[in-house]
Design a protein around this ligand. Sequence first.
Ligand SMILES: C[S@@+](CC[C@H](N)C(=O)[O-])C[C@H]1O[C@@H](n2cnc3c(N)ncnc32)[C@H](O)[C@@H]1O
Length: 309
Amino acid sequence: MLDTPACALLADAQEGLNRPQKTLSPKWFYDARGSALFEQITRLPEYYPTRTEAAILRTDALRLAGLVPPGGALVELGSGASVKTRTLLDAGGHFGAYVPIDISEEFLLETAAHLRARYPYLPVHPVVGDFTQAVILPEAIVDQPKVGFFPGSTIGNLDPGEAVALLARARVWPGITRFVLGADLVKEQGDLIAAYDDAAGVTAAFNRNVLHRLNREVGADFDVPVFRHEARWCEDPARIEMHLVATRAQVVHLAGQDIHFAEGESIHTESCRKYTRRTLATLAAQAGWRLEDMLTDPRDRFAVAILTV
Ligand SMILES: C[S@@+](CC[C@H](N)C(=O)[O-])C[C@H]1O[C@@H](n2cnc3c(N)ncnc32)[C@H](O)[C@@H]1O
């Protein structure tokens, strides 16, 4: 008998692996091992997004922390290890609560425990949830003013329609006043490919983790080393795509079904959309937000957009 997340994983895999271009959603990268691998990625020399966004947040920490009204809640989507959040909490905001929302349950609950130890005065209400669907906010913060926070360029993993829908749902959270959104900007192709195909092979292990999950959690029999990690640049819309490419033909068994792979056939596992100032402003407007400001680094590699209702 599969538990609920495993049922959802199986249903998604059955649907995605039967498409002409086989696909798996990037949300399935993140079990405890996937979340730990992502943290390793953030420290890789090639992976500029984390360092660049963290520097922008540090530079403007007082202003960003000040966006949360005294006693208000900071609600973070895809919070991971909440490392960037600490920059805002340490900037001395008088936060009434912190609500980290993430699909990776074990990692989320561990992170919440660390945060409670570090900020004993701060109510932390973790929510295990999928932000591609409506997320139910904790009762405790419903009446509080709140600011949304979505760093990590995770918005880039959503297709354009999903990204608009997510921002539009957040726009009507009761008491929401602002939304702080981190997005990666278009840049030199070589830098982009290197960031998603590091020399140490950590991103490759992160990508393959989804196949290990399918084997372990829903009884598939992927021969994982047969799948090669590949990062591809695609122009329109501007994005990096991550694929797992079968280096030889194989048949994978998934819940009684045969999934055939030809040699060279790939599973598309993630898109990482890269924005320009213009496309980011358009995205915000389509979801009903007003762009109050866009903070960038000196080389315009990454943007932190401040959206207001
Ligand atoms: C790219 S990481 C960013 C982590 C962190 N915010 C940062 O800036 O370093 C994406 C995070 O979003 C979470 N995530 C991915 N898809 C999700 C979904 N559909 N719903 C909720 N969380 C999701 C992952 O577990 C992971 O923690």
